[in-house]
Design a protein around this ligand. Structure first.
Ligand code: GUN
Ligand code: ZN
Length: 430
């Protein structure tokens, strides 16, 4: 029987960002196609539902909520070992910890082992899709996609393009970067569930010539993504100004080389002005808000409210290894605190919308993932509301769905993920 049923509380968000919550629901999936059939109310007494469930194996849960798989819009797989590196802000952190670590990915075996560990860490935290940085080494990206293809996760990844201001061993050149990227696009973009992102690291580590080639790759390959970093740290911004004195802002550097657009994802954007926000909005380029990283590296407080004011698409992400947790729940926790410091309250429904359908929309993947609409890919998580004694105690005091979700995002972490399913198949069980 290809149809499988999962009975539990179920939460997802509709197109209009409204929550649809079933206190006692049934998620029906087709395990052959890996897609969602529908979500129904288990209290429905109709003969129609009884007929649908006839002979179907039902897995039932208590004190759990089934949700769409979480989506992380900015993370570095080679930085698993960089996480929790003491004492530096962005530029010194890159030079002292990150670049030396990324040099190790010249070894494909090391890359393979790390990719497996990384993907396992993602699914253990309920994340089923991510927009991922590789390293400068082409083979490190092959290793990542091979590992993801084995799991059948929907992942977007790219080879880092960087040709200056980094150790020699970690720099490519304009032509090899262009050629390697094109080869990777041809091999991986649209192969199974894998997708490609053109990945200039940031304006500091690319010459204008290399950024121009990145723009060319975007033009030549409609449908691929672009990911980079933007206005994260004050010293970084000053350095970009020195390197590109002719450009009016950090964002204008990327704009000049044709790197803005609805498939472009800019990590951080902590220090932007009105002109930048307007340009991001005009081009529907998105910003990826990385709260644990912005706090850990002392980068600054992201202005989530401004993205709403200016209608800039915004998503939420971990940015491991600048970020300190793979857990999107912990990421929402820190996002909430940053917003508090900016006199804005990030409510739980908005937060859970963001890490599911909202993030899918910024990645232009909302036709495939993000909620349980019929026909979408059946990536989902079974979330345990009582994974610690404290959570159990706190949940028993919660009277509304908002309270349940808010407690979950403040207190939950990988322990709250009971099971993770990818295309209707179980890939993780606690
Ligand atoms: N800017 C350029 N590279 C990086 C990186 O690896 N992490 C973060 N947080 N910012 C960057
Ligand atoms: Zn990053």
């Amino acid at each position: 029987m290809a149809i499988k049923a999962f009975r539990s509380s179920i939460l997802h968000f509709k197109e209009d960002a409204q929550a649809e919550y079933f206190d006692d629901g049934i998620l029906l999936v087709d395990s052959e196609t890996g897609t969602v059939q529908e979500v129904v109310d288990a209290k429905d007494q109709s003969s129609e539902l009884a007929a649908k469930l006839d002979g179907v194996e039902i897995t039932a849960y208590e004190n759990k909520i089934i949700m769409p798989g979480f989506i992380d819009t900015h993370i570095h797989y080679p930085q698993v070992d960089v996480i929790a590196s003491y004492g530096e802000q962005l530029l010194d952190w890159l030079n002292n910890y990150t670049f030396p670590t990324e040099l190790q990915f010249k070894d494909p075996e090391f890359a393979r082992e790390t990719a497996d560990f990384f993907l396992n860490e993602l699914i253990k935290n309920g994340t089923t899709t991510a927009l991922v940085f590789g390293t400068v080494f082409k083979e490190s990206v092959d290793a990542f996609f091979e590992a993801s293809a084995k799991l059948n996760t929907r992942m977007i990844c790219g080879k880092v393009m960087m040709n200056r201001n980094a150790p020699d061993g970690l720099c490519d050149d304009v032509q090899s970067s262009f050629d390697d990227t094109q080869t990777l696009i041809d091999t991986w973009h649209g192969t199974g569930r894998q997708l490609y992102a053109v990945t200039p690291r940031f304006a500091i580590t690319s010459t204008g010539e290399q950024l121009e080639k990145a723009g060319e790759l975007m033009k030549n390959n409609p449908g691929v993504y672009m990911q980079t970093h933007l206005s994260e740290n004050k010293a970084e911004i000053a350095f970009v100004k020195e390197l590109f004195p002719e450009r009016s802002s950090y964002l204008d550097v990327y704009d000049h080389y044709g790197l803005l657009g609805p498939r472009s994802v800019f990590a951080h954007g902590v220090h932007l002005d009105e002109t930048d926000f307007k340009r991001l909005s005009e081009t529907q380029s998105s910003i990826s808000f990385c709260p644990t990283s912005n706090l850990f590296l002392g980068s600054g407080l992201f202005d989530l409210e401004a993205t709403k004011t200016f209608n800039v698409p915004v998503s939420v992400a971990t940015d491991v290894g600048g970020g300190t947790s793979f857990s999107m729940l912990q990421t929402l926790n820190e996002a909430y605190k940053i917003c508090q410091l900016k006199d804005y309250s990030l409510d739980a429904r908005q937060a859970f919308y963001m890490m599911t359908l909202g993030n899918a929309k910024t990645l232009q993947l909302d036709d495939k993932i993000g909620n349980f609409e019929s026909g979408k890919e059946a990536d989902f998580v079974v979330v345990d509301l009582e994974s610690t004694p404290l959570m159990q105690r706190k949940q028993s005091k919660c009277k509304t769905l908002d309270e349940v979700l808010f407690s979950l995002m403040m207190l939950g972490d990988d322990r709250a993920i009971s099971e993770t399913y990818v295309a209707a198949k179980q890939v993780y069980k606690k």
